[in-house]
Design a binder for this molecule. Structure first.
Ligand code: NAD
Length: 489
């Protein structure tokens, strides 16, 4: 059986090395955000489907955990090679189901490949530690073991990169995996499961169950799921963390964001504007590291605002497959409606709407487009300053000095990222020491970390303690066993 029923366009789940129909009779349309056309139908799978997948993953774990680490790493090398060969195809698929611009999608695929490269270092990563003679004639050693069956739940905004944050590292550590991709972007996950199989993954090591809430609840409540990796919006991240942790599972739950960029008076304004435009409006603002609030420090306010507005006016909006397009549609019409509500709230609460992207919507009858929208004179207590909008809507706040700008960051309940634009070493150091967020940028528009470092959100942007990627990821997906031996027997 193939990944999809060709007659009905209904996607299948991947369980125990086979593409199987969900037991559910409920389906949701997978929609191209640029055209509104239906690409496929995704099953809203049941707890029964989850149980079937977990059983297969548990069975596969028995053998997989004993496969030597160098052999597991070789699977990653083969997978990485296939991803490189299919780079363009995968990027096009990201554009189709997510809507982002091809260049962004191409970059996303690259970021995903780097996660597989990191996982391929498993033999070194998995090495333990030892110390001889911790007491007379006594030695101590630490070995790493897999955790068991891991559940992964992913969002729509990085359909390639986020699943690859999770399953390659989990699997190379000897775990088996059940992935539930976003029901809004299930095609990419389907394709990478196919490529993983082609790379030589044994049956049951990676399983895929499509769906929504029931699948999530099925995973977090399942006794045989030992760890849960989640990425998505804040209320769901908190829910998943609390439910799964209460049942004794390991959980890492990456959540929503509100990322502030501080524009200092000494910075290169043209460069800062370019970075902010690309960060705030690229991928239609639907990045957890997108700039959503700019804090302009006294001295450059009027000049900065004028240049920003001019650049926003020059943006080309359209399908992600067209050249030169940066501004692409948001994921669904319902999401755009919610954002329109936020824009109204901004106006009602007294922010100055200096660029109204709603006007451009009229030129696009198909697709979920919204033009670049900019509010000036936003204050930290306004709804648009506090909430994650996840859209091409940018708030400009004004501060007298760096101290005040840093206070705005501290007051935000989110703490994923923050950036400063400046050449002043003292300001950079103060920002590094005091900015209350986990991923900082100095003259960098999207300071997202790469696969070998933790993706290090703070406050309500993350629930758990071990982040995805890097050594945190390794520690999350392994259990340490300590051996203490005496030799004077
Ligand atoms: P979402 O929370 O709607 O969905 C994420 C996953 O949770 C999906 O698989 C979905 O099926 C499931 N889900 C949704 N509602 C649920 C519910 N009530 N109960 C159980 N499961 C549920 O998120 P999204 O819109 O797909 O993704 C965007 C969000 O993800 C943004 O908030 C963004 O900031 C966040 N995100 C964060 C990071 C990070 O590193 N912190 C990275 C990427 C995305």
């Amino acid at each position: 059986m193939s990944v999809v029923n060709e007659d009905t366009k209904q996607l299948r789940n991947y369980v125990g090395g086979k593409w199987v129909a969900s037991t559910s009779n409920q389906f949701q349309d997978v929609i191209d955000p640029s055209t509104g056309k239906t690409l496929a139908k995704v099953p809203l799978s049941t707890k029964q489907d989850v149980d079937h997948a977990v059983k297969n993953a548990k069975e596969a774990f028995k053998a997989w955990k004993h496969v030597p680490a160098p052999k597991r790493a070789r699977l990653m090398f083969a997978f990485q090679q296939l991803l490189i060969e299919h780079h363009e195809e995968l990027a096009r698929l990201v554009v189709k189901e997510n809507g982002k611009a091809y260049k962004e999608a191409y970059g996303e695929v690259q970021r995903g490949i780097e996660c597989v490269e990191f996982a391929a270092g498993a033999p070194t990563l998995l090495m333990g530690e030892s110390l001889s003679n911790i007491a007379e004639e006594i030695d101590s050693e630490m070995y790493r073991y897999p955790v068991g069956v891991v559940g992964g739940i992913t969002p729509f905004n990085f359909p390639m990169m986020v699943p690859l944050w999770m399953f390659p590292l989990a699997i190379v550590c000897g775990n088996t995996f059940v992935l539930k991709p976003s029901e809004r972007t299930p095609l990419l996950a389907t394709r990478i499961a196919e490529l993983f199989t082609e790379a030589g993954a044994p049956s049951g090591v990676l399983n895929l169950v499509h769906g929504a809430h029931d699948v999530v609840n099925g995973l977090i409540d399942h006794a045989d799921i030992k760890a849960v990796s989640f990425v998505g919006s804040q209320p769901v991240a908190k829910y998943v963390y609390e439910q799964a942790a209460a049942q004794g599972k390991r959980v890492q739950a990456l959540s929503g964001a509100k990322n502030h960029h501080i524009v200092m008076p000494d910075c290169d304004i043209d460069k800062a504007v370019n970075h902010i435009i690309s960060s705030a409006f690229g991928s239609a603002g639907q990045r957890c590291m997108a700039c959503s609030a700019v804090v302009v420090v006294d001295g450059v306010k009027e000049q900065f605002v004028a240049k920003l507005k001019q650049k926003a006016d020059e943006l080309i909006m359209g399908s992600g497959l067209q050249d030169e397009v940066l501004l692409t549609p948001v994921i669904r019409k319902e999401h755009r409606d919610k954002v329109l509500g936020y824009i109204e709230a901004g106006v009602e609460e007294g922010a100055h709407l200096i660029r109204d992207g709603r006007k451009e919507m009229e030129d696009y009858s198909e697709g979920n487009f919204l033009g670049a929208t900019i509010f000036d004179h936003v204050t930290p207590t306004m709804t648009i300053a506090k909430e994650e909008l996840f859209a091409p809507v940018l708030s400009l706040l004004r501060a007298e000095n760096l101290d005040e700008a840093l206070e705005y960051i501290e007051k935000s309940r989110f703490g994923n990222g923050a950036t400063i634009y400046t050449k002043d070493a003292k300001a950079i150091r103060q920002f590094r020491e005091e900015a209350d967020a986990g991923m900082l940028g100095v003259n960098v528009g999207v300071p997202a970390t790469m696969a070998f470092f933790p993706f290090s959100g703070w406050k309500d942007s993350f629930y758990g303690d071990l982040h995805v990627n890097g050594k945190d990821g390794l520690n999350f997906y392994t259990r340490k066993k300590m051996i203490t031996s005496r030799f004077d027997f």
